[in-house]
Ligand binder design. Sequence first.
Ligand code: HEM
Length: 416
Amino acid sequence: MRISSGRGTVRVSEIDLYDPKVFSDGDPHAAWRTLRAEAPVRWQDLPDGRGFWSVTRYDDVRRVLGEYTEFTSERGAILKMLGVRDPAGGRQMAVSDPPRHTHVRRPLHQMLTMSALRSRVPRIHAAIRALLEPMVEGETFDLGAAMTALPMIVSGVVMGLPEQDHPELVRAGLMTVAPDDPEFQVDGSPEATLQQAHHDLFAYFGRQVRGRRGEPAGDLGDRDLIGRLMTMRVEGAPLSDGEIVSNCYSMLLGANVNTGHVVSAAILHLLDDPEQYDRWAKDETLLKTGIREALRWASPVVHFLRYAVADVEVRGQRIRAGDGVVAWIPSANRDEEVFADPFRFDVGREPNKEIAFGFGPHRCIGATAAQITLELTLREIFSRVASFEQAGEVDHLCSNFTAGIKHFPVTVRARR
Ligand code: HEM
């Protein structure tokens, strides 16, 4: 997704937040800024007769994401599938409401806390070093491509997936979240692309589950997230194979397409502000506040969809039971009423109430894993690179769901 100063002028009637091309080639921040000011709760009709609400202000985005009794996740959570009842509803964590959601989430979350992840850090760190090894003075390095591969390092470790499978899993993940992007498309068709990726990932995780069944049970539930899904009991019963595989699929997608964008988007912005890059790189006390600001700035997860459970009013607008409501996270993270000078990137920003990881019961279960990855990656970059220069065109992912930079060629001046 292109990140702009949001100053472009757009008429509310012309704003289309469904079209993925608006996010790769247009100016979504200008659209959101206009909506926040003029139509913070806005209905958009689609040519095929469907339609959806958009909420763009911070408080409304938090309410829609967090208040599951008003806005359910069980009918689907992605705009691309608007109006199609998600077959995984109530069976997959991301598209379930409490209390079942809580029963599935708790045992998985135990494996993603700081203390549970600590023993995995050396492996993750070594893989990050290897990923950044080719970023040396005199060579052109595609930071966008490297950062696209970054999250798989972590999901591979926490899900126990063999390294040789990583490139295919990254690709299948991108096909799922950006089926309109020509670089990942099958037969020039978003539908065929989605179907292929869905089929490949379900088949892959089916094999992973069968493989683990063939091994001695031993510590299966503590080995990795797939083992945990296979051994957990929810309300006294184990998950079905369909539920296990569906949760693996959702976990991979949740994990795989976000973290690297935080780094690419921040470095891209700081090309024009080398002094701030230098400050961030040299002052240890700014590491964490800078990461929080980069999360706010990049907001890699662009939206989540909910459906109104009953008729409800938001900011004076009547939303009818069954209507789809889209919460736009990057817009919430630029809300002028919450963030001072929201279009300024400030590595020292405090307070910073960004909600890049969402809000409420579904708030990202991998937030700590992402935080660890970002710290390790940025420390590594800061220790190697004194300054960056752009060395070619930046290519943005074509998706209204995930912000991503596919290609971002850079040259670097090494830190001596
Ligand atoms: C910077 C990186 C990341 C960002 C910005 C991000 C963002 C989000 C957001 C906004 C949600 C809320 C979904 C909703 O409200 O319906 C979410 C949920 C989720 N994320 Fe992340 N995520 C990141 C990294 C990760 C990682 C590393 C993992 C796995 C290790 C992960 C796994 C998930 C899962 C499984 C859910 C669903 C949780 C639930 O339904 O309770 N994410 N993420």
